[in-house]
Design a binder for this molecule. Sequence first.
Ligand code: ATP
Length: 146
Amino acid sequence: MAKLKFEIVTAEGIVYSDDVDIIVAPGIEGQLGILPGHAPLLTMLQPGELLVRKDGEETAMFVSGGFLEVMQNRVTVLADVAERAEEIDISRAEAAKSRAEQRLEERPAEMDLAAAEAALMRSLMRLKIAERRRKRKPGSGGTQGL
Ligand code: ATP
């Protein structure tokens, strides 16, 4: 069956590169499903979950926004930040969430409201993606064999 050549690139390098069957990406106007044969497309992404399926196996990732381009069964995501679900540091995301919530509650005069809201959104998405992964693959959180 035809595949999509998929690559996620950040300033730090290639985060993901493989031939896949389907991509579900957080488009700026909603979830975007891409199968082989998709029409050419260039869209912005919003911070959220990007899912990839290859031979029945699913990989979940967090992307912080950026762009997605589809061209002749080649899909490229250029993101500011991208992490595979298993790379998400849950305690770091929880700390970021508490910091953002505290800032939004205290509202100091010099606060950048949009930046605080965006930080809260990133932390919530990371926690959601990491939590979903834990539910899908029990034991992958370091408790295997217990
Ligand atoms: P923090 O306040 O914890 O830095 P942030 O949302 O401001 O969180 P980003 O600016 O989105 O962080 O990302 C900065 C770098 O840190 C990126 O390389 C990103 O992959 C990484 N990163 C941020 N939070 C996490 C996390 N919870 N788990 C793994 N990597 C993370």
